[in-house]
Write a protein that binds this ligand. Structure first.
Ligand code: MG
Length: 204
């Protein structure tokens, strides 16, 4: 079975009076993370790890900060796109490991909740998601949240199979439906499990 890994990193500065979004959760905290989107540094790092694993580019390629559509966007949309790209390349996620680096809030007490949320967004089990956290000792970066993420993926559809599935099908959306059908049988789950994050209400 072919496996690949991807790595992602992101950082955002804390800003008073902004809702803190972290790991797909809205957290009670005096400061949030500044950014064009909701500033969820963990979801951004995981998105980049997934896109990197299939050499598809990075989050900025799919969602340029210059595009007003992504102003205050729910970062679950970015993550959903990365999962889509990965699945349509014929892969599934084996596991994801992350390390947050931030002075506050404390992640330990909420890490399981965060893992559950990420597992839900990715259609995985919580045992496939790891969230660790450190304080930025000696970095003089208490006003910044950083996150590192790695993702291991494995091929579930061979390239020839992907090609033959699309052979003779001219309509791209039809190709995606065919791939979705196959993926839903492999992943033993309803089609487009991440579809709710595409609700346009989420990105306005
Ligand atoms: Mg970011």
């Amino acid at each position: 079975m072919e496996t690949r890994i991807g790595f992602g990193y992101d950082s955002h500065v804390f800003k008073p009076g902004v809702q803190l979004h972290l790991g797909g959760l809205k957290l009670e905290h005096p400061q949030g993370l500044a950014g064009h989107s909701d500033g969820d540094v963990l979801l951004h790092a995981v998105t980049d790890a997934l896109l990197g694993a299939v050499a598809a580019g990075d989050i900025g390629k799919f969602f340029p900060p210059s595009d007003p559509r992504w102003k205050n966007a729910d970062s679950a949309v970015f993550l959903g796109k990365a999962v889509d790209v990965l699945q349509h390349s014929g892969y599934r996620i084996v596991n994801i490991d992350t390390t947050l680096i931030l002075a506050a809030p404390k992640i330990g007490p909420i890490s399981d909740q965060m893992r559950a949320r990420l597992a839900d967004l990715l259609g995985l089990g919580t045992d496939q998601i790891s969230i660790k956290a450190k304080t930025p000792e000696g970095l003089n970066l208490d006003n910044v949240a950083q996150c590192h993420a790695v993702a291991l993926i494995e091929r579930v559809i061979e390239p020839e199979e992907l090609k033959s599935m699309s052979a003779g099908i001219e309509d791209q959306s039809h190709i995606e439906d065919v791939v979705d059908d196959l993926l839903s049988s492999i992943h033993d789950a309803p089609k487009k499990r991440v579809a709710p994050v595409y609700d346009t209400d989420d990105i306005t």
